[in-house]
Design a protein around this ligand. Structure first.
Ligand code: ADE
Length: 254
């Protein structure tokens, strides 16, 4: 699957791509990611390579112009799929878009090519809407730009492409996999017993007992200051473990 990211801050993506699971995914050619500097498509005779302008009618701030974006899309040969049935999707990242969920990540992972258009300043010229297939917001808050949302879409979409996540069952039971309120069961790794005596005192109750369950009974019946992995998970009884996990998974925090 190919991703094209159009941004005025291409360097933001460098370290992200070299440090995350996407690095391996790109190396193994499960995904092909191209970053495009929008300034490259600014007016040729503009020494400042400006891609933004002031608002008609007045108002604070600057918005991205339509021409460089149209030129970038043309140069990348990405036709708007409103007019052509093609396996590509042009997405504008904007706080006024439709709220993004795991279902969108699954849906978008079916495309051959996804274009992510990052905004900056106060937004886009309204006519840019006509160049895109959909507008997506990652949440009900305003960021300084679409670069972080683009990373979020890229990573969440890529995780659904076969091979990107190492273990093929890893996506099966994770949070949101069944429905958007579904929460995965608790998971534990070593050590089997954790002695949190070095934890900062605000985490401890008045008598040095832990406020947070589970507390386990000591040999003399007092409360013992250790946090244990549930015994069932050490039993080797897969059927029982499966039942326990089923019971412990459920509705996520509201
Ligand atoms: N750009 C600024 N804020 C955003 C948000 N919440 N989602 C997507 N793009 C954005």
């Amino acid at each position: 699957m190919r991703f094209d990211i159009i941004t005025i801050f291409p360097k933001i993506f460098t370290s992200y791509f070299s440090e995350t699971i996407l690095h391996r995914a790109m190396e193994k050619k499960f995904i092909d990611v191209r970053i495009h500097d929008l300034r490259k498509y600014a007016e040729k005779n503009d020494a400042h390579k400006s891609v933004d302008g002031r608002l008609y009618g007045g108002g604070p701030g600057m918005i991205l112009k339509i021409e460089p974006i149209a030129k970038a899309l043309r140069a990348l040969k990405i036709p708007n799929s409103k007019f052509q049935i093609l396996n590509s999707r042009i997405i504008m990242l904007t706080p006024s878009g439709k709220r993004y969920t795991q279902r969108d990540a699954e849906r978008l992972s079916k495309y051959k090519r996804v274009v992510l258009l990052c905004g900056r300043y106060e937004g886009f010229d309204a006519r840019v809407d006509r160049l895109v297939d959909e507008k997506i917001s990652i949440g009900d808050y305003v960021l300084a730009g679409g670069e972080i949302p683009a990373m979020i879409l890229l990573e969440t979409i890529a995780r659904h492409i076969p091979g990107v996540v190492g273990h093929k069952d890893a996506l099966k039971n994770e949070t949101f996999s069944k429905d958007l309120d579904y929460k995965e069961y608790p998971q534990y790794t070593r050590p089997e017993v954790f002695y949190p005596s070095h934890l900062p005192s605000p985490l401890l109750g008045k008598e040095g007992k832990f406020k947070t369950p589970p507390l386990t009974k000591g040999r003399r019946g007092g409360v013992k200051k250790v946090w244990r992995v549930p015994k069932i998970l050490l039993s080797g009884n897969h059927k029982k473990i499966e039942e326990w996990r089923e019971k412990e998974s459920g509705i996520r925090d509201q």
